[in-house]
Write a protein that binds this ligand. Structure first.
Ligand SMILES: [Zn+2]
Length: 416
């Protein structure tokens, strides 16, 4: 034959290999989708984010959920921007930073969490014309159908419950439906992903915490917990586990991210990973001890005494100065999509969603606040995901797990 044949064959093989590789990372990119088409799709879906740290703003002087704020003012979620981005609701977090594991520490954490729960309910009560408290999975659809935004409640860090697990029932009555044991530090319940192993997973009390969450029909959240905690939760829990705001270790190796083996186990167990937009979990950021020290001092100052408008302004000016002096590389929308697409490839479309950690450190270039959420829909449409797929990713998967938690509770209630 001709001398070109082997080259042609080689080129074909290379093409096959390249196409194969593309096929492994994402579905083939379809034609571009217009902003109008993406927004119209977004508006037609029941969309939720499983980790909104917005309640921390509810007690900020002069801050109101109905005003449109700016990212520069450390705000990423409010009613006007939820409408702009097509976000119908989500899990509003009762977040408590881990403090001293003493009786006094536990009591202070308990009080802070109870007040935060009240503040969430108060926000909904104050703006009942556009918001409604959601207590069961079906409420998401029902509240959306009424043209309102739904507010689920979650607990990030169960430090407030350390001293008395019977408080879980109290918080369940207040509306909490998603609960995670730990945050940045180990506590009496479980090890943190970002601390040295103390219990090598759940403590004995942490195991009680898991069965109590099951009994109360609350979903368990393993974001921020160590890998051992996730493994033990999957083994112990009667219902699937949620990672309310996490990422993929295969894309960027960080303790807050999950490896592919566990991602597959999570999916096999029926659980869901909700992808976050926390820059330093998405891409590498060079170590900068000076910046870390400045930020630690800022956080300490922020936690001391009551927040006043003057103090707030001073803290913001200081944050601006730190960012100017020690700039850090910020992840982009593409970095976020790399984690998203990897999770979709490994876990499948039934086990992935969105928990962007807005108002809690989330936000990347191109996805700065909830008003940008329609862009995720546009990209997924361009990548060939169907309306059915989008419905699952934007909340259907989490609501499925929530129904399982509700059904397990109902089965116990019936047996009594
Ligand atoms: Zn978090």
């Amino acid at each position: 034959m001709t001398p070109h044949a082997p080259f042609a064959l080689r080129d074909t093989m290379i093409a096959v290999l390249i196409l194969g590789a593309i096929g492994l990372t994402a579905p083939a990119r379809a034609a571009p989708v217009s902003e109008a088409a993406a927004k119209s799709m977004q508006d037609s879906l029941v969309t939720l984010d499983t980790h909104l740290d917005t309640p921390a703003n509810f007690s900020r002087p002069g801050w109101d959920m109905m005003d449109r704020h700016r990212v520069e003012d450390r705000s990423q979620v409010d009613y006007p921007r939820m409408v702009e981005g097509g976000l119908k609701g989500g899990f509003f977090a009762i977040y408590t930073p881990q403090g001293p594991r003493t009786e006094a520490g536990d009591r202070n954490a308990r009080d802070a969490a109870l007040i935060r729960a009240m503040e969430i309910r108060e926000m909904v009560a104050k703006h009942g014309d556009v918001f409604a408290l959601a207590l069961k999975a079906d409420d998401a659809q029902a509240i959306t159908a009424k043209g309102k935004r739904f507010v689920f409640m979650s607990i990030e860090n169960s430090y407030p419950l350390e001293g008395d697990l019977s408080l879980m029932a109290t918080f369940q009555k207040l509306g909490v439906r998603l609960i995670g044991p730990a945050h940045f530090k180990d506590n009496d319940l479980a090890d943190s992903a970002t601390d040295a192993p103390e219990w090598h997973g759940l403590s004995p009390k942490g195991r009680e915490f898991v069965s109590e969450a099951n009994r109360l029909g609350m979903m368990l959240d393993a974001s921020h917990s160590s890998d051992d905690v996730l493994d033990q939760m999957m083994a112990l829990s009667k219902t699937p586990i949620i990672l309310s705001h996490s990422g993929c270790k295969a894309v960027f190796d960080h303790p807050r991210n999950i490896d592919d083996t566990r991602l597959k186990a999570l999916a096999a167990n029926g659980g869901v990973i909700q992808i976050n937009t926390f820059s330093s979990y998405l891409i590498a950021s060079p170590k900068n001890p000076d910046r870390d020290a400045a930020m630690a001092a800022l956080e300490k100052a922020a936690g001391e005494g009551p927040m006043t408008p003057d103090k707030e302004a001073a803290l913001q000016a200081e944050l601006k100065a730190i960012n100017a002096k020690y700039p850090v590389p910020k992840a982009t929308f593409e970095d976020f999509m790399n984690h998203m697409n990897h999770a979709l490839m490994v876990a499948g479309v039934d086990h992935v969603g969105i928990g962007a950690d807005m108002d809690g450190g989330g936000g990347v270039v191109g996805l700065e606040d909830v008003s940008d959420y329609w862009k995720i829909t546009r990209r997924l449409m361009e990548e060939g995901y169907s309306r059915d797929d989008l419905e699952k990713i934007w909340g259907g998967n989490v609501l499925r797990v929530m129904r399982q938690a509700e059904a397990y509770k109902a089965s116990l209630d019936q047996g009594r």
